[in-house]
Design a protein around this ligand. Sequence first.
Ligand SMILES: [Zn+2]
Length: 232
Amino acid sequence: MPETALGDSVSWYLYVLVNPDGIAYTGIAKDVALRLRQHNSGTGARFTRGRGPWRILHVEGPMGQGDALRRERRVKRDRAFKAGLKATSAPFLTHPRELPRSGGAYLLLLVLARELPVRLPGRADAVLAASRYLYCGSARGPGGIAARVGRHMRPDKTVRWHIDQLSLAGQVIGAWVFPDGDECRLVAALAEMPVPLPGFGSSDCKICPSHLKVWPPGIALPAFLAPPGQLV
Ligand SMILES: [Zn+2]
């Protein structure tokens, strides 16, 4: 895990939650998933108790604890920033021509109609169940997000990354894109979604258990993602 000059471990996130009345709550945590469960079970903070269900509106990090505390104090006072978060959501893109050519992060929505045996080098073979999946990725190379997500959407490709096994066997429905965004921050923001297979898509990542999440029925998407409509 990376460290700051002060030896403060860079493993903290700032999070902003919103409830059905549009009230925002700002906090910091190392494990946003755990914190969200605590807020929704009434043990997170006095303010959030009985006012849920809370959904994630925004996540920043990872950063050191000192930076997280300073950022929390600023965001708690910044009404305009929180109003902006509530007013904007990332659009859901379904066609390669809609994708930006800038670099950044993306969240891919895939559907697997039947279970899929997958192979991860150095790990026991595993099976992904038939379900909806969310894959957090980044595009830093030439062609940016358009090139990378466009490749995910194409049916003709050889298996290069873990996610290729899933995108070839299943259906890529579309993607939310975040120019200048960070894939690990997206993973943290999908706190409510379970990890189907530890290590999937995160071989190079020392923070996330996996860059692939399951989107089970009955769990709402974070508030910053536009609904994918009638597609799933
Ligand atoms: Zn990660």
